[in-house]
Ligand binder design. Structure first.
Ligand SMILES: Cc1cc2nc3c(=O)[nH]c(=O)nc-3n(C[C@H](O)[C@H](O)[C@H](O)COP(=O)(O)O)c2cc1C
Length: 403
């Protein structure tokens, strides 16, 4: 009886159940061991066992409209699902009797060493998931010594984020429709100390986010109190401070073509990466136009629907690049074993988007830190399983495609 009372008291205070008043009643009637274990598993960041525990907590803590926006894909969300499913198509080929007592996850990108090949992909407006937003993410990235890429749509200025990170972050560029704004954004990121700019090219054609729209309808908060009178999100976008964003100025430009890469390179000393490539043809064009690296990405299934999983795109891009520049892939990575699979298929590093946002929304900095720790630990175990002690020892024979 005492245990039962303590359990109910615990449930009442659990972030997992915040706003879900009916659940304690249900559990009080039928608190099965599984239900108890599930509710108990995520009372704190430290107790999350995988990134999905974080997702569960975050689904309660992040407001519905923001949750829907973050989880959304486009149209029927087949690309979103394809990203995750692509990893399930590969299996590990385990090896035995290799001394895996020491495993090193370290990676070097453009002369800088990071403790893990898991990269924090750019996600806009992180203060809409937790009050500490990008700063919490930067602090966790600092603790873990991992690479953070900051969105143009950041809700905290690049200078403050670099200060919190204690080291440079990479800057993700949305060109907007106006070249003068592009120049200002690039100059500001460079002046702040960013060594790399990654221009995102996968959203030129517009998009249709049905899940986001549905969740918006069930959120009864007043959006304009944060987003400004037109519902635009520019009020909280400090990279545009001092820039006159006239009506009709969009984040992405539908008219850009490959010659933009040279213009961008002429604009800056930063290394120039292209984020959002999915075919060998575009990878070849990127190199031809002077790109210093490629991020294989479909924006987490948020750009075009009925596309392929990014892992499938990686498979055709890696042979076209032939090791000339670094290739990073993101989309659908939810386990350390997924990271290993992407590395085995030739990626130099692997990005995550939603998983660290779940950690952020659930527990702020501690949640992001825990997500990174979980994925690193899983990667370490997967590497040990295939007998790889360093990233270089992860070769294509570490995996095989399901038959
Ligand atoms: C809520 C949200 C916001 C995003 N914002 C940006 C952005 O501002 N710039 C960008 O290049 N990519 C953005 N992305 C895409 C991510 O950088 C990344 O490609 C994607 O999230 C990876 O897929 P995953 O979420 O399955 O890990 C965003 C993704 C999400 C989910």
């Amino acid at each position: 009886m005492t245990h039962r009372r303590a359990f109910l008291q615990f449930l009442a205070g659990s972030p997992l159940l915040a706003g879900a008043g009916w659940i304690p009643d249900v559990l009080a009637q039928t608190p099965t061991p599984t239900e108890r274990a599930f509710a108990r598993a995520t009372a704190s960041a430290a107790e999350a066992l995988d990134v999905f525990d974080m997702q569960t907590v975050a689904s309660r803590t992040i407001p519905p409209a923001h949750w829907g926006y973050m989880m959304s894909g486009v149209d029927g969300e087949t690309t979103l699902r394809a990203n995750e499913q692509a990893y399930a198509e590969y299996q590990l080929r385990v090896r035995r009797f290799v001394d895996v007592s020491r495993i090193d996850l370290g990676v070097e990108l453009f002369g800088t060493k990071y403790n893990s090949p898991i990269v924090i992909s750019p996600v806009g407006g992180q203060r809409s998931f937790h009050v500490d937003g990008e700063l919490a993410v930067a602090r966790a990235a600092k603790t873990r010594g991992q690479l953070q890429i900051l969105s143009t749509s950041t809700s905290t200025g690049v200078e403050q984020v670099i200060e919190a990170r204690g080291a440079p972050v990479w800057f993700q560029l949305y060109t907007t429709t106006r070249p003068d704004i592009t120049v200002k954004l690039v100059k500001r990121a460079e002046a702040a100390g960013c060594p790399v700019v990654a221009v995102t090219v996968d959203r030129a054609a517009g998009r249709n986010m049905e899940t986001a729209t549905r969740f918006l309808r069930i959120d009864n908060r007043v959006c304009t109190s944060c987003h400004g009178p037109t519902g635009s999100d520019r009020g909280g976008r400090p990279m545009f401070d001092g820039i006159d964003m006239e009506e009709g100025t969009d984040m992405t430009s539908p008219s850009l073509t490959w010659d933009f890469v040279k213009r961008l390179k002429d604009m800056t000393k930063m290394k120039v990466l292209i984020k959002g490539l999915e075919t060998r043809e575009d990878a070849v064009l990127a190199l031809k136009h002077g790109a210093d690296g490629i991020i294989v990405s479909n924006h987490g299934g948020r750009a075009q629907d009925t596309g392929r999983g990014t892992l499938e795109a990686l498979v055709e891009i890696v042979p076209a690049v032939r090791g000339r520049v670094p290739v990073i892939v993101d989309g659908g990575v939810r386990r350390g074993s997924d990271v290993l699979k992407a590395l085995a298929l030739g990626a130099n590093a692997v990005g995550i988007g939603r998983p660290y946002i779940w950690g952020l929304g659930a527990f702020g900095e501690a949640g992001v830190d825990r997500v990174l720790a979980i994925l690193n630990a899983e990667l370490r175990i997967a590497m040990g399983g295939v007998g790889a002690r360093t990233l270089k020892e992860i070769t294509p024979v570490a995996i095989m495609r399901r038959k």
